[in-house]
Design a protein around this ligand. Sequence first.
Ligand code: HEM
Ligand SMILES: *[C@@H]1O[C@H](CO)[C@@H](O)[C@H](O)[C@H]1NC(C)=O
Length: 498
Amino acid sequence: MDSLAAALWAGLHLRTVLLGAAVFLLLANFLKRRHPKNYPPGPPGLPFFGNFFLLDFEQSHLAIQPYVKKYGNLLSLDFGQMRSVIISGLALIKEALVNQDQNFVDRPVMPLRGHFFKTNGLVMSNGQVWKEQRRFALMTLRNFGLGKKTLEERIQEEAHYLVQEIEKEEAQPFDPHFKINNAVSNIICSVTFGERFEYQDDQFQELLRLLDDVTCLETSLWCQLYNVIPRIMDFLPGPHKKLFKYWDKMKLFVAHMIENHKKDWDPDKPRDFIDAYLKEMEKHGDDATSSFNEESLIFCTLDLFFAGTETTSTTLRWALLYMALNPDIQEKVHAEIDRVLGQSQQPGMAFRDSMPYTYAAVHEVQRMGNIIPMNVPRAVSTPTTLAGYHLPKGTMILTNLTALHKDPKVWATPDKFNPEHFLENGQFKKKESFLPFSIGKRVCLGEQLARTELFIFFTSLMQKFTFKPPDNEQLSLKFRMGLTISPVTYRICAVPRT
Ligand code: HEM
Ligand SMILES: *[C@@H]1O[C@H](CO)[C@@H](O)[C@H](O)[C@H]1NC(C)=O
C-alpha cells in the first residue's frame, strides 16, 4: 500500500510539474510570439511551433500556395522562434534585394547551421566577417583564373575527362550522378585545393556522397525541428546527429588538405585559395579583430566546396533529363553544335554568342530545374518598411523565385521545357524574371564560374552524345527535396554521336 501511494504521489507530482512547465512555456511563448505593429499578415500558427507544420518537408516550396493567394505578396510565417516573411513578385523582390540591399544583406542565424558553422564562412556569415571574407574570396577566385582563359581551359580539360568517362558506359544505361558531381567538383577543387580527383578515387567519391547526403538531410523534418527546439534535440539521437557527423567528416577532409598545404607552403608562390588565405592570415597576424584565422579558412573552403559542387552538378543532371525527354529540342542543340563547332573543336565561351539555341537551352534548364526555389534565406539587417509593412531586424526573408520562373505573364509555356523562352528572332534574349543566382549584394558568389561550367560541360556532352531513356524504362521529372531540388536517381543512355 505504501509503495502504491508513493508511486501515485510521485506520478501526480510529476504530472503537476510537467503541467506547470507546459503552461509556463506556452505563456512565455505567447508573450514572445506577438507580432510587432504593422507586421505583414499570415496564417495563424500553433503556440511554440508557429507555422512549422505548414512546411511540407517533401516539397516545401509548394505547400503554402493557398496562403499567398489569401494574404498577398508579403506573407508572414513563424517557425518556432524564427519569424519569417515570404516576398513574392519581381517588383517587390527587387525593391528588397536591390534598392534596399543594405537592409536585407544578412543571413538568419539558425541553430542547425550555427551549431556547426558558428559565425564562420561565406554563405551564412554576417556583418564584418561576411564583408571581409566575401571580398577576399572574390578577389582570390579572380586571381586564380575566374573570368580568364586559365580557368576556362581547366573546365574544358575536365569536360574532356567526363566525356571519356561516359564513353566507357558504351551506350548502356547508367546513373550519371557521381560522375557529373566529380567533374563539376574538380573545378572548385582546382581553385581551393590546387588539385583534381580521379573518378575512381574512392575517398573522394565517399566525400561526394557525404555532400549529397547532407544536401538531403539538412531540410528533413527532424533536422528542421532542431531549428525550433535545439536544446531538446541536443539530447535526442536522430538524423540531426548524423548531419553533424557528416559535416565533421567534411571539415576533417578540408583541415587535412590545409595541413598538407602548410608543409610546402611558399608565401611568394600561392598555388590556390588555401595558399592565398594562409598568406592573408599572416598579414593580419596579431590583429585580434581580424576574421582571417584557421577556423575561418576551413569554413570558407568548405562553403566554396559545397556551394560550388552541389548546385552546378544538380543543374547538369536536370539538363540530361530534359534532353532525353525532349528529343526534338536535343536535335536542335545537336544541329547548332554541328554547324558551329563540328566534332573536333572544343566548346568554349568564345562560341557562346554564335550558339544562341544552346545557350537558351541551358537557361531553360535552370528555369525549369529551379533548384533553389525559395532562394537562400536572408535576414533583415536594419529595421525597415517594405510595401508599407514594418520588418524588424532579424526577420528571416524568403523570396519566391519559383513564382518568377513559372509566371504565366512572362513565359509562353511556363510548365513546358521550351528554349524559345530565351530567344527572339533567333537571337538570345535575357529575361528579367530569371533569377536562379538571385540578385543584389549577396548574389551568388560563383555565378560567373557556374555559367561558364554549365555552358562548357553541357555543350561538350551534347557534342559527343545523344541522351536517351533506357529501352523499356521511363524517365520522370520526379524530384528530391533538399537544400536544392534535384532529380530522383535515374539511369540514362549516352549514345556516342560518331
Ligand atoms: C547553377 C549553379 C548555382 C546556382 C543556381 C547558385 C545559386 C545561388 C543562390 C540563389 C545564392 C543565394 C544568393 C542570395 O542570397 O541572394 C547563392 C549563394 C552563393 N553561391 Fe551560388 N549558385 C551556383 C553555383 C555556385 C558556384 C559554382 C559557387 C562557387 C564558387 C557558388 C558559391 C556561392 C556562395 C559562396 C554563396 C554565398 C554568397 C554570400 O552569402 O555572400 N555558387 N548561390
Ligand atoms: C511560390 O510561388 C509558386 C508559384 O506561383 C506557388 O505555387 C507557391 O505556393 C509559392 N510559395 C510560397 C511559399 O509562397
